[in-house]
Design a protein around this ligand. Structure first.
Ligand code: ATP
Length: 237
């Protein structure tokens, strides 16, 4: 298997707080990998370090054999990594269409952008129906879809998703996770952070369990979902 992302022994601090304590992980091309763990375990911090919003104090992050730790966040988007932040953060005063156009701001390939826009509307028909609507007036689920669509408009090879299920009703969560699977099948590698471990493990190939800034377990997603230890701690018995 071809390694796409390699996180090698990173340490991340918020001032004096040592949030990530020597995490190493890998994502292979074509996979869905999930990072699960309790509130405050360091899942978002890990994701934000990969996307360049935070810098590791020590350790290295490599994407397709290029070192990206220390690279500016907008450059990391250019090399092919795009993040959907926790809490969506769409541009609420802009329309759906304008938000999607913002996602493509790094690109010049007009005809390919148009094809990717069609792809986004194919995955998220509700966005197509609401092109001219202000993003701030969308429902929570629609905003999640828009945040994902916007990230896809940069044509990432690796998509980082931070808690896409947050605050959504079970049916909508199912819908979003089906779409994540489809996006992956069409060739985008996915690193997914989730508190909803059940859902995340059900679509992932592999998983890492985070506990207070360290990886406590890792392995095949189905095996982890079946393990007593994981079930007790994260899957409600
Ligand atoms: P959640 O699901 O609640 O976001 P998480 O697993 O993503 O949890 P992080 O948000 O990465 O966890 O937080 C990891 C640790 O770093 C926590 O102890 C948290 O309090 C701390 N932390 C996060 N952001 C900051 C910040 N901006 N300043 C100081 N400490 C922070």
């Amino acid at each position: 298997m071809e390694t796409m992302l390699k996180v090698d022994d990173i340490n991340v601090y918020y001032g004096a707080i040592h949030a990530i304590k020597g995490i190493s992980l890998e994502v292979n091309k074509g996979e869905i990998v999930t990072l699960i763990g309790a509130n405050g375990a360091g899942k978002s911090t890990t994701l934000r370090t990969i996307s360049g919003l935070l810098k590791p104090k020590t350790g290295t992050i490599t994407f397709e054999d290029e070192v990206i730790s220390g690279t500016a966040a907008h450059k990391i988007v250019e090399v092919g990594v795009s993040q959907v932040p926790e809490g969506r953060r769409v541009f609420s005063n802009m329309t759906v269409m304008e938000n999607l156009e913002m996602g493509a701001y790094i690109r010049n390939d007009k005809s390919q952008i148009k094809l990717d826009l069609d792809k986004v509307f194919h995955h998220f028909p509700r966005l197509a129906e609401r092109k001219k609507q202000e993003a701030g007036t969308l429902s929570g689920g629609e905003q999640q879809m828009l945040a994902m669509g916007r990230a896809l408009m940069s044509a990432p090879r690796l998509l980082l998703l931070d808690e896409p299920s947050m605050g959504l009703a079970p049916l909508l969560i199912k819908e979003i996770f089906e779409i994540i699977k489809d996006i992956n099948k069409e060739g985008t590698t996915v690193l997914l952070v989730e508190q909803n471990a059940n859902m995340a493990l059900s679509i992932a190939n592999r998983a890492y369990v985070l506990e207070t800034g360290q990886i406590s377990l890792s392995g095949d997603a189905k095996e982890l979902a079946a393990s007593e230890e994981v079930r007790k701690a994260y899957l409600g018995g």
